[in-house]
Design a protein. Structure first.
Ligand code: ADP
Length: 298
């Protein structure tokens, strides 16, 4: 079970404040935390904790935080040999959250945007030995399209999590086996509000299977294995950060295990739901044993 994630590695700086700052205003934070993030890294850690062999292609800066993030991925047991260290700061997100849970987020792509086609090309050996390749949109679009194209050249299955939503070039659809937008991303990709029609639009563009994640409602699938609406699990949601990332990591693991799509989606729902029961991004990603127990208990 070899999963390759090609994507972003970030550090998130999170301050909690009474109210969000206005232009020119200086506020004192009530608390502060930094935590490892980036959709690529979250999905890689998510899949690894479920028992898969995981490699990552990505980039961090030469700064101390870049080294720390790469080391922490290596400690998870992820192959970090193709995480480049470049002369641009590590990607970060500066987040303020007020007492109502509203937030402001400024993302600096930094090193993530140094991933180019050459780096992907030089990493072809990893693509060749993987069973499934997982992509998101926090690295340059050219690199995403090229990665998907190379993966298809070697007949690998490709999952594209189109987050954060960006317009996709038509070329990429032919390389995508599973595209996994949430409801907002589906609307942004298609300009269509109705979920079923939006999904059909993506199939029309050439994606083979579409999975729309629906938060507490679970997910909706349309593709080669028919249509399925798969309910999520009832939980007490504490923080849904990284729920989508863990869902994608789990989907990759389940597909590698050749589960049929319904079972794969049930498993991914369980992992997404469990992630929502804990605070934080990578800290909230569950391990395989926890997921098994959770599914049995439900
Ligand atoms: P994103 O985090 O990308 O916005 P969603 O909110 O759709 O994505 O969540 C991804 C998946 O996580 C859902 O499809 C579902 O399986 C699970 N999930 C998220 N929130 C909840 C919740 N409150 N209760 C149960 N499952 C949830």
């Amino acid at each position: 079970m070899e999963i390759l994630v090609i994507g972003s590695i970030n550090i998130d700086y999170v301050s909690t404040v009474e109210k969000l700052p206005k232009k020119g205003e200086t506020l004192h934070a009530n608390s502060f935390e930094d935590s490892a993030g980036g959709k690529g890294a979250n999905q890689a850690v998510g899949a690894r904790r479920l028992g898969a062999n995981v490699s990552m292609i990505g980039a961090v800066g030469k700064d101390a935080i870049g080294g720390r993030l790469k080391d922490s991925l290596a400690r998870e047991g992820i192959d970090v040999s193709r995480i480049n260290t470049v002369d641009v700061p590590t990607g970060n997100a500066i987040i303020t959250v007020d007492k109502n849970g509203d937030n402001t987020i400024v993302v600096y792509s930094g090193a993530n945007f140094e991933i180019d086609n050459k780096w992907i090309e030089d990493s072809e050996e990893l693509i060749k030995k993987s069973d499934i390749v997982v992509l998101q949109l926090e690295i340059p679009m050219d690199a995403v399209v090229y990665s998907a194209k190379v993966a298809k050249k070697y007949n690998k299955r490709v999952i594209l999590n189109p987050a954060p939503a960006k317009e996709l070039p038509q070329e990429i659809y032919q390389y995508i086996d599973y595209i996994t937008p949430n409801e907002t991303e589906l609307q942004e990709l298609t300009s269509i509000e109705n979920i079923e029609l939006g999904v059909k639009e993506l199939l029309g563009r050439g994606a083979k299977n579409v999975i729309v994640t629906l938060g507490e409602k679970g997910c909706y699938y349309l593709g080669e294995e028919g249509t399925h609406v798969v309910d999520s699990f009832k939980i007490n949601a504490v923080d849904t950060t990284a729920a989508g990332d863990s869902f994608n990591g789990a989907l990759a693991v389940a597909l590698c295990q050749n589960k049929d799509i319904k079972d794969a989606l049930r498993y991914a729902n369980a992992v997404g739901a469990l992630t929502a029961t804990k605070k934080g991004a990578q800290t909230s990603l569950p391990y395989g044993k926890e997921v098994e127990k959770f599914i049995i208990m439900k």
